[in-house]
Design a protein around this ligand. Structure first.
Ligand SMILES: C[S@@+](CC[C@H](N)C(=O)[O-])C[C@H]1O[C@@H](n2cnc3c(N)ncnc32)[C@H](O)[C@@H]1O
Length: 223
């Protein structure tokens, strides 16, 4: 999907975004984000960029875990950023993650939760992340992953059929959730993703999967 359409989709989804996230993950999304934040906070960064921050879930958790750090949230959806503002995240930027308005090597850590698969050019996005990270800086990526068999059968049913149906009934957002399900199916497998990360100079330190291989946490170091 082109970037203007992705932005319009998230602007439209914003009033029900957090509620639908909790509903469809049965509240587990909070725990997945906590794992991302804990892994990044362990490195004790002083300047952290949360890309595709949406309504600010991860940026808020990062600021609480690292009270002395400067946390910056960035997104291109104005409606979601308005919600992030209400959460007292001190620094927010409205910009495209493919053209970051920051100097080279200006962050100790970059995080992104459920945003990378929406980028129109993933390689360019990863290159930008590597550019703004300091040498040895940490990149924490939390993202859906196309699950292998036999989990794939269960998740296909849930993501392609049940989720859009429920999203349509409770929030008239069936079409948006069909796109979200498709973007998960089209995302690279863990080994292909690892290859893309390495091409951008992001060396995988460790990964963990959650919820029957549907969600993956990858922690990388800029090499
Ligand atoms: C599924 S939401 C995730 C939001 C948040 N990180 C979370 O954990 O709930 C994806 C976000 O990526 C943002 N996004 C997608 N492509 C982007 C881009 N090129 N630049 C900036 N933000 C982008 C969308 O506006 C949306 O807020």
């Amino acid at each position: 999907m082109n970037p203007a359409k992705v932005r319009a989709l998230f602007n439209e989804l914003s009033p029900s975004y957090d509620r639908l996230n909790r509903l469809f993950s049965l509240g587990m999304d909070v725990g997945w984000r906590k794992q991302l934040v804990a892994a990044v906070a362990r490195q004790n960064p002083t300047k952290v960029l949360d890309l595709a921050c949406g309504s600010g879930d991860v940026a808020e958790m990062l600021q609480k875990a690292l009270p002395r750090a400067q946390v910056v949230g960035l997104d291109f959806s104005r409606s979601l950023l308005t919600q992030a503002k209400e959460r007292c995240i001190p620094k927010l930027a409205e910009a495209d993650a493919l053209q970051l308005p920051f100097a080279d090597a200006s962050f100790d850590a970059v995080t992104i939760a459920f945003g990378l698969r929406n980028f129109s050019d993933r390689a360019a996005g990863l290159d930008e992340i590597a550019r703004v990270l300091k040498q040895g800086g940490v990149f924490g990526l939390l993202e859906f992953s196309p699950p292998p068999m036999p989990w794939k059968l269960f998740w296909s049913l849930y993501l392609k059929h049940l989720m859009p149906l429920v999203a349509q009934v409770v929030a008239r957002q069936g079409a948006s959730f069909r796109y979200l399900a498709q973007s998960i199916a089209e995302f690279p497998t863990p080994s292909a993703l690892n290859h893309e990360l390495a091409s951008a100079g992001l060396k995988l330190l460790f990964s963990r999967s959650f919820s029957a291989r549907l969600v993956m946490l990858n922690i990388c170091i800029k090499s």
